[in-house]
Design a protein around this ligand. Structure first.
Ligand code: AMP
Ligand code: ZN
Length: 474
């Protein structure tokens, strides 16, 4: 299995630090807003990486943080007249709903920055003790030039960086020894949340939280550290500087970075989707039009290191593609139910053997730096094969073997293998509720109950209020 490692700039054979175990850390979102579909890309991609390791028989420990204290969260809290904790808690809940819709596994840890403040203070103190950090007027800075390998991930040269930084003076950071130095701890400003520390009442810088959470939940050395490519510099470079200086061992063996999700601008050019450019669509926006599984499937249609351009046409084609796969699954389960013969015929034995070629192709694609685009193509060809070779009269064993093989691949891609209709769209829920209201009005209680049961089955919770029926997803 080969992985492209940003650290070496090469595809390398994957060898885990401990046999049979993989430790993965993925930088998660800052929670001051609903996540946009660009933020969802690393979630989907690295969840798929996680699923493929599981498929290969590895034991996986997967950690992805929430940054729940940050300037942007404080700003949002001030605008809303609430506090930073409330803002973060609210958007973490919303993000969890989006992740569930996207099929992100639940078998992972999502620590919060504010839960590891004592550990951050401890690591900062270690860095000070070792001469890698210094305090000035309540602020603690990392002494970048002291870390000899600084720049090894991004390929940046420290003197070029210095030249670029010469003119930059950040307010409140006048006491830095060197413009390259970055903040590990900063004193609070009026009205900001703060924690006690040996240097000031204040809060941690952004970079230190990931170094600390990786250490706490995975250990000093981890197999894979991942995130979007915008994080290579300075975030991941700074994480390496902090972790390796504090722990004295290599931090992550493989560094993986996804390319950007882009969207077309007024000039007709594709640009990175980002909150700051204001060109974003939230995952929630998409969920009003499509089951979120379609968004996941759309993302898997490109190699993760390439940019992916969002468009309505591509979403429509992803929707159709996914429907083709689902129809095939439904057909297999119907064949299974209808089957009269139990065991395989000679022809079926041969066909099953032939069908193994699709699994092989799928694995080859995934083994080649998680080429999900080719893996999806193998799934489509498998679907075509099934449509041609699984016909009325097939034996039960044949239909269920094909079903199992297809489901195993879909499971890796994080696509639901349930047959029948999937998740309901918001509009469909609204229509059903309206129909239920009409039925009740007409005293057709049987139909009203039937609709209620259907909604419950689809994970929709109904609340009868004085203003009518409200609903939410489970
Ligand atoms: P943020 O909340 O901006 O720190 O982003 C959380 C994660 O989403 C990081 O791994 C980013 O690299 C990633 N990310 C943000 N925007 C995009 C985008 N347009 N395409 C792909 N990944 C993105
Ligand atoms: Zn991080």
């Amino acid at each position: 299995m080969k992985i492209y490692n940003t650290l070496t700039g090469k595809k390398e054979e994957f060898e885990s630090l401990e046999p049979g175990k993989v430790k993965i850390y993925v930088c998660g979102p800052t929670v001051y807003n609903l996540i946009h579909i660009g933020n969802a890309r690393p979630m989907v991609i690295f969840d798929t990486v996680r699923r493929y390791f599981l498929y290969k028989g590895y034991e996986v420990t997967y950690v992805s943080n929430f940054t729940d204290i940050d300037d942007k969260i404080i700003k949002k809290a001030n605008e809303d007249g609430s506090d930073a904790g409330e803002v973060a808690t609210h958007f973490i809940e919303e993000c969890n709903k989006d992740m569930e819709g996207l099929g992100i596994g639940t078998d992972m840890l999502h620590p919060l920055a504010t839960q590891v403040i004592p550990e951050m203070i401890e690591m900062i103190q270690t860095l000070i003790d070792k001469g890698y950090a210094y305090e000035s007027e309540g602020t603690v800075y990392y002494r970048v030039r002291k870390f000899k390998c600084y720049g090894k991930l991004s390929g940046k040269n420290i003197d070029d960086l210095e030249a670029g930084h010469r003119e930059i003076k950040v307010a409140g950071e006048e006491h830095k020894e060197d413009n390259l130095d970055f903040v590990l701890w900063k004193p609070k400003k009026e009205g900001e949340p703060a924690w006690e520390s040996p240097w000031s009442d204040g809060r941690p810088g952004w970079h230190i939280e990931c170094s600390v959470m990786a250490k706490k939940f995975l250990g000093d050395s981890i197999d894979i550290h991942a995130g979007g490519e915008d994080l290579i510099f300075p975030h991941h470079e700074n994480e390496i500087a902090q972790s390796e200086a504090a722990n004295g061992v290599p931090f992550a063996k493989y560094w993986m970075h996804n390319g950007f999700l882009r969207i077309v601008n007024k000039e007709g050019e594709f640009e990175k989707m980002s909150k700051s450019l204001g060109n974003f669509l939230t995952v929630r926006d998409i969920s009003e039009k499509y089951p979120l599984e379609v968004l996941r499937f759309f993302m898997l249609g490109a190699h993760y290191r390439n940019p992916i351009n969002f468009s309505d046409e591509l979403m429509e084609s992803s929707k159709n593609g996914l429907e083709r796969i689902k129809t095939c699954l439904t057909k297999l389960s119907e064949l299974n139910e209808k089957a009269t013969a139990d065991s395989l015929t000679e022809d079926e034995k041969k066909l099953l053997k032939d069908s193994d070629a699709f699994r092989v192709r799928f694995e080859e694609a995934m083994d080649d730096d998680f080429n999900t685009a080719d893996a999806v193509a193998a799934v489509f060809d498998f679907v075509k094969f099934i449509n041609t070779n699984a016909v009325d009269g097939a034996s039960r064993e044949y239909a269920s073997a094909l079903q199992e093989k297809l489901c195993a691949l879909l499971e890796v891609l994080g696509l639901s293998t349930e047959t029948g209709a999937g998740e309901l769209l918001d509009e469909e829920v609204d229509n059903l509720i309206q129909e239920r209201n009409e039925a009740r009005k007409n005293k057709d209680f049987a139909r009203a109950d039937e609709i209620r049961d259907l909604l419950i089955e689809k994970g929709i919770i109904l609340e009868d209020t004085r203003d009518g029926v409200r609903w939410k997803r489970k």
